[in-house]
Design a protein around this ligand. Structure first.
Ligand code: 5GP
Ligand code: ZN
Length: 116
């Protein structure tokens, strides 16, 4: 599996940088974002290094995206959320700051949850 030794999310995937894990299997890891926009804000990464959506193979996409509902339900149950926003920034102009593909899952708790 491709890894980039300078990539912080590759280090999280390898376990050499600690994270608060929400889900893990052979190909995917989900962990809490360091900066919680709402409670339970989670990042979902392929363990394989992929810069962003533009360089993700169909094979990686099939494995990765098929697991997103399972992870969303794990977050829903763990944090008792009412809904989620799911988003990805791909490319610097979109606001991407870590260049290892990640999806944000942002739990929503109602009108005053601080994310509008
Ligand atoms: P982006 O702006 O690239 O979509 O999001 C990068 C996200 O990664 C940010 O929300 C930031 O808080 C999070 N982040 C950056 N470094 C770390 C880290 O070392 N650990 C965790 N858990 N999150 C990180
Ligand atoms: Zn990486």
């Amino acid at each position: 599996m491709a890894h980039d030794s300078n990539c912080i999310f590759c280090k999280i995937a390898e376990g050499s940088i600690p994270s608060s894990k929400v889900y893990e299997d052979d190909n995917i890891m989900a962990f809490l974002d360091l900066s919680q926009v709402t409670k339970g804000h989670t990042l979902v990464i392929p363990k394989e290094h992929v810069d962003n959506i533009f360089s993700m193979s169909e094979e990686t996409a099939a494995t990765y995206f098929s697991k997103v509902p399972v992870i969303a339900n794990a977050i829903k149950n763990a944090f008792d959320v009412e809904g989620v926003n799911i988003l990805n920034n791909s490319g610097e102009v979109s606001g991407q700051t870590v260049f290892h593909y990640h999806m944000h899952i942002l739990p929503r708790y109602g009108k005053n949850d601080g994310f509008d």
